[in-house]
Ligand binder design. Structure first.
Ligand SMILES: Cc1ncc(COP(=O)(O)O)c(C=O)c1O
Length: 387
C-alpha cells in the first residue's frame, strides 16, 4: 500500500486524551482533560428541551444561525468593545477547535510560518502542520512564563504569516498584560503578521488581572482573527459551539473553509445556546466567582502541602513544579502519580518545545469535594518514592 499522508502521520496522539484513558484504567481522579464538572445553566437546557420538539433540526446557514450570530455579536461587542456585524464578521464553528483550524487554513499556504509560544495548547502545532505551514516556537520562560522581546522579534524576522496567542493561556494560566500585548501588536504591525487569538478562557480571569481582547488594541482589529467558544463559558464542551470573529475580508474566506470542513455547527444547539449568549453581566460575574473559589481551594491546599507552582491569573490550570522530587522524566512521574496517588495530571513536557520536564499540569474545574479529595491524596506525595 502507498504511504499515508506525511502531514497526518507526523501528528501524535493527544497526550491529554491518552492520560484520560490511563486515568480511567486505574480509577484515578482525572485532572488532565480540562472540562468543567459543573452543570450547564438550566435555562439553556430548558430551551434545548423545547427545541427538541419544535426544531430547528435541519442545516442552519452554514456560517451560523441568524439568531446565534446576532446574539453573539451583541455579547462580544459588549465585552470586546468592537463593532461586530453578524453578517460580515462572524463564522460559527464546531468548537474553538474548528475555529483555530479554519483560521489557520484561512491564512496559511504550504511553506508559510506561524509563531507559537511554548508551552502551548497542543492543537496549535497540529493545526499549523495540517494547514501546510511550519511552526516557529518562542519560549515563555519558566517560572513566570514571560517571553523575551528580542527572541520574539527574531521569530518575526522570519516573515511569519501569523502568530497564535492563547490568552488567558492554557497551560500556563498567564493573562498577558497590556504591555506584553502591545509588544506583540507593535511587532505584528512592523512585520505585517496576522494575530490568531484563542480566547476560550475569556471569562475565567482572577482579580486583579483583566483580560484584554487583542482585537481591541489600537489598530489591531484589522489583523486580528479572534477565535473562542461557548464550551467553557457555559459548561457545554460537548455541544461543540465556537466561532471566529474578524475583518470582513478574512471572514469571507473563513466562511468557505468552514463550509467545506463541517458545513455548520449543530442547528438545534446553536438555537438553544442563544439563551446563554443573552445572559446579563451577572452570569459572567458568577462564573468568575465560581472559578476564583475553585482556584482558592486548590491553591490554598497546594500551599499547605508546600508544593511549588505559579498562581494562575486566568483559565483553570496549574503547572506544578516537580523538581523537588528529583525526577527527570515527567511522563514516568505522571504515570506513577496515577498509579500510586490516584490523581491524573498531564506531563508538562507535552506542552513544551524545549526540553523541559519538571512540570505536570493539573486542572481544577472540579466540584469542591473532588478538589478536597485530590488534595487529600496529594498530601501523601512526599511519602512516595518516585523513580
Ligand atoms: C486553549 C484552548 N483552546 C481551545 C480548546 C477547545 O475548545 P472547544 O471545546 O471549543 O473546541 C481548549 C479546550 O480545552 C483549550 O484549552
Amino acid at each position: 500500500m502507498k504511504n499515508l499522508s506525511k502531514k497526518a502521520t507526523s501528528i501524535q496522539e493527544s497526550v491529554i486524551r491518552k492520560m484520560t484513558r490511563i486515568a480511567s484504567k486505574y480509577g484515578a481522579i482525572n485532572l488532565s482533560q480540562g472540562f468543567p464538572e459543573f452543570e450547564t445553566p438550566k435555562e439553556i437546557l430548558q430551551r434545548l428541551r423545547d427545541i427538541s420538539l419544535s426544531g430547528p433540526h435541519q442545516y442552519s446557514i452554514t456560517w451560523g444561525a441568524q439568531k446565534f450570530r446576532e446574539a453573539l455579536a451583541r455579547k462580544q461587542k459588549r465585552f470586546m468593545g468592537l463593532d461586530i456585524n453578524p453578517e460580515e464578521n462572524i463564522v460559527v464553528t464546531c468548537g474553538g477547535t474548528e475555529a483555530m483550524m479554519a483560521a489557520m487554513m484561512t491564512v496559511c499556504d504550504p511553506g508559510d510560518k506561524v509563531i507559537i509560544f511554548s508551552p502551548f495548547y497542543e492543537n496549535y502545532t497540529a493545526d499549523t502542520i495540517l494547514s501546510g505551514a511550519e511552526p516557529i516556537y518562542v519560549a515563555l520562560n519558566p517560572p513566570d512564563f514571560i517571553f523575551n522581546v528580542d527572541k520574539l522579534e527574531e521569530a518575526f524576522k522570519q516573515d511569519p504569516k501569523a502568530i497564535v496567542l492563547c490568552n488567558p493561556a492554557n497551560p500556563t494560566g498567564r493573562v498577558f498584560t497590556r504591555e506584553e500585548l502591545s509588544v506583540i501588536a507593535n511587532l505584528a504591525e512592523k512585520y505585517d503578521t496576522y494575530v490568531i487569538t484563542d480566547e476560550v478562557y475569556e471569562h475565567i480571569v482572577y482579580e486583579p488581572y483583566k483580560h484584554i481582547y487583542f482585537a481591541s488594541l489600537p489598530g489591531m482589529a484589522k489583523r486580528t482573527i479572534s477565535t473562542s467558544s461557548l464550551s467553557k463559558t457555559y459548561s457545554i464542551t460537548g455541544w461543540r459551539l465556537g466561532y471566529i470573529i474578524g475583518p470582513k475580508e478574512v471572514i469571507d474566506v473563513a466562511k468557505s473553509i468552514h463550509d467545506f470542513l463541517t458545513v455548520g455547527a449543530a442547528a438545534p444547539l446553536q438555537e438553544a445556546a442563544v439563551v446563554g449568549l443573552n445572559f446579563g453581566d451577572q452570569y459572567y460575574k458568577e462564573i468568575q466567582d465560581l472559578y476564583t473559589h475553585k482556584k482558592d481551594i486548590f491553591c490554598d491546599g497546594l500551599d499547605t502541602i508546600g508544593l511549588h507552582y505559579r498562581k494562575p491569573e486566568g483559565a483553570y490550570f496549574i503547572m506544578l513544579d516537580i523538581s523537588e522530587f528529583g525526577v527527570t522524566d515527567d511522563k514516568k512521574f505522571s504515570q506513577q502519580l496515577i498509579e500510586k496517588i490516584g490523581v491524573a495530571p498531564v506531563p508538562g513536557s507535552s506542552f513544551f518545545k524545549e526540553n523541559i520536564n519538571n512540570y505536570i499540569r493539573l486542572h481544577f474545574a472540579k466540584e469542591d469535594e473532588t478538589l478536597f479529595e485530590v488534595l487529600n491524596r496529594l498530601e501523601k506525595i512526599r511519602k512516595i518514592k518516585f523513580e
